[in-house]
Each structure stands twice: as structure tokens, then as C-alpha cells.
Write a protein that binds this ligand. Structure first.
Ligand SMILES: NC(=O)c1ccc[n+]([C@@H]2O[C@H](COP(=O)([O-])OP(=O)(O)OC[C@H]3O[C@@H](n4cnc5c(N)ncnc54)[C@H](OP(=O)(O)O)[C@@H]3O)[C@@H](O)[C@H]2O)c1
Length: 240
């Protein structure tokens, strides 16, 4: 039996690594992203556009209506750190897009996945990728940090709800600092827009960024661990 896996943002970074490391040889992976990743199915979607969410929801419903495999997974990895800069100073359209992608889209897409998975008998997993920025303050990342904090609280609530229904396992996982395009964007920022930039230059220089494939493999292993529903975990704080 095989799993059906949706990954938002499988065209780059951690999402791409998750797609490359799915545990089962026959697992089917669908990327939800603007760019088409090579070698896997692609559902084109600009998740900053709320109209795209209905198409994603329709895909969840269509595929799960007659699903016969043994596992269903949706990992929401799509996210953006841009525009880097202080609230009140950055471009308004870019700021609004950041809020929609990092805060609104995960909640609505998560809701649509749970609705489609309600009557599925296979094991169902919903994973949100969060960040230490949900708890720590980074000037220049206000809407990014707020979006990740929103994801974490959504997961805590929905995990308890799903526990009462015996439904989907819902987790929020912070991957640590990982060597992806997002990190390159941080290093390319100005000190003015992102005063803590030097810390990220140092992490890169000292080779202290995690490899996306290692992180992806750890995330897949975590799904097997039977963590409490609604758990919010940081890969830097747990052993596996
Ligand atoms: N890298 C880190 O150190 C780190 C640390 C903590 C948390 N995270 C989180 O991990 C997740 C993955 O980050 P990453 O580092 O792998 O970033 P990345 O390499 O920049 O990849 C971001 C992904 O998000 C997708 N995406 C961005 N805007 C989108 C949009 N409007 N519609 C649909 N998809 C969109 C991109 O796909 P397209 O461009 O093809 O649309 C891409 O696949 C993010 O949620 C991030 O917040 C990363």
C-alpha cells in the first residue's frame, strides 16, 4: 500500500527535500507551488491568492473520495520571509502577501484538508512548518513571526479537536536553520531591513546550517513517533 502526500512548496528547500525522501517507494507526491518541481506531480497554485485555496481543496476532495492507500499526508512548507523590513516601512502589497501566505493560507488549507480527510479510514497527518520566530523577536520579520505564531496556536487547538474526533494527527514542526533559498535571502538583506543579518552570515560561514535532506528525514521519522496531537516541536530541542 502507498501513501498520498501533498507538499506545499515542494519546488524548493525543505519542501523539495521532503518530496525526495518520502518513506515509501510507491508513495505519490503532489507539489502545491507556483514553479513546477521536476519528477513529481504539480498542482500549480499561487497561495497568496485565496482563489487558489478552493482549487487545492477540490484536489483534496477529489483524491480522497475513493482513497484506498494506507496513509494520507499534507505538509504545508510554503512560506516567505519577504519583504524583509520593518512594519510601516516596507511595501504594503508585499506585506499583505506575506500575511496571507504565512498566516491565512495555512489555516484555510489545513481546514480544507481536514474536511476532505474526515471520512478517510487511512492514517492522516497534517504538518505545518513553523519557526523559532514564532517565539523570538527578529526586527524585520514582524508578519513572518506573527504568521508562525498563528500556525502554532492553530495546531494546538485543532490537534485537541482532532483528538476528540479520532481523526488527523496535526503537528507544527520548527526545522531549525536550514540551508535553503530562504537563508540566502536573509544573507542578502541590508542591515537596515534586518539588523540580525550578521548572525545568519556567521551561521553560514561556520557551516552551521542544517542540510535540507537531513531535516526532511527527521520530519518523516517524527510522524512515526506518535506525538500528542497538536504538538508544537522544534527539531533542535528533541532527539529522534
Ligand atoms: N530555511 C530555514 O532556515 C527555515 C527555518 C524555519 C522555518 N522554515 C520554514 O520552512 C518552510 C520552507 O522554507 P525553505 O527554507 O525551504 O524556503 P524556500 O527554499 O524559499 O522555499 C519556499 C517554498 O515556498 C513556496 N512558496 C513561496 N511563495 C509561494 C506562493 N505564493 N504560493 C505557493 N508556494 C509558494 C515556494 O514555491 P514557488 O516559489 O514555486 O511557489 C518554495 O517551494 C517555510 O515555511 C519556512 O518558513 C525555514
Amino acid at each position: 500500500m502507498a501513501a498520498l502526500v501533498w507538499i506545499s512548496g515542494a519546488s524548493s528547500g525543505i519542501g523539495e527535500a521532503l518530496a525526495r525522501t518520502v518513506p515509501g517507494e510507491r508513495d505519490r507526491v503532489i507539489s502545491i507551488s507556483r514553479r513546477a518541481p521536476g519528477g513529481i506531480e504539480h498542482l500549480p497554485a499561487d497561495l497568496c491568492d485565496p482563489a487558489s485555496w478552493r482549487e487545492v481543496g477540490a484536489c483534496f476532495q477529489r483524491e480522497l473520495a475513493a482513497f484506498e492507500g494506507d496513509r494520507v499526508v499534507f505538509i504545508h512548507a510554503a512560506g516567505t520571509i519577504e519583504p524583509l523590513g520593518f512594519a510601516g516601512e516596507v511595501d504594503t502589497d508585499g506585506y499583505a502577501a506575506n500575511v496571507v501566505l504565512n498566516s491565512t493560507a495555512p489555516q484555510v488549507l489545513g481546514h480544507l484538508f481536514l474536511a476532505a480527510a474526515r471520512h478517510v479510514e487511512a492514517a492522516c497527518h497534517l504538518v505545518m512548518l513553523t519557526s523559532g520566530a514564532a517565539r523570538s523577536v527578529y526586527p524585520g520579520w514582524s508578519s513572518y513571526g506573527a504568521g508562525k505564531a498563528a500556525i502554532d496556536q492553530w495546531v494546538r487547538n485543532v490537534g485537541v479537536e482532532q483528538d476528540r474526533r479520532g481523526g488527523t494527527q496535526v503537528l507544527s514542526i520548527a526545522p531549525g536553520t536550514v540551508d535553503t533559498d530562504m537563508q540566502a535571502t536573509l544573507r542578502a538583506a541590508t542591515e537596515d531591513a534586518f539588523p540580525q543579518r550578521q548572525k545568519f552570515l556567521d551561521l553560514h560561514r561556520d557551516d552551521r546550517l542544517s542540510d535540507p535532506i537531513d531535516v526532511a528525514e527527521r520530519i518523516w521519522r517524527l510522524l512515526e513517533r506518535g506525538l500528542d496531537n497538536g504538538s508544537v516541536v522544534d527539531l533542535r530541542e528533541i532527539d529522534d
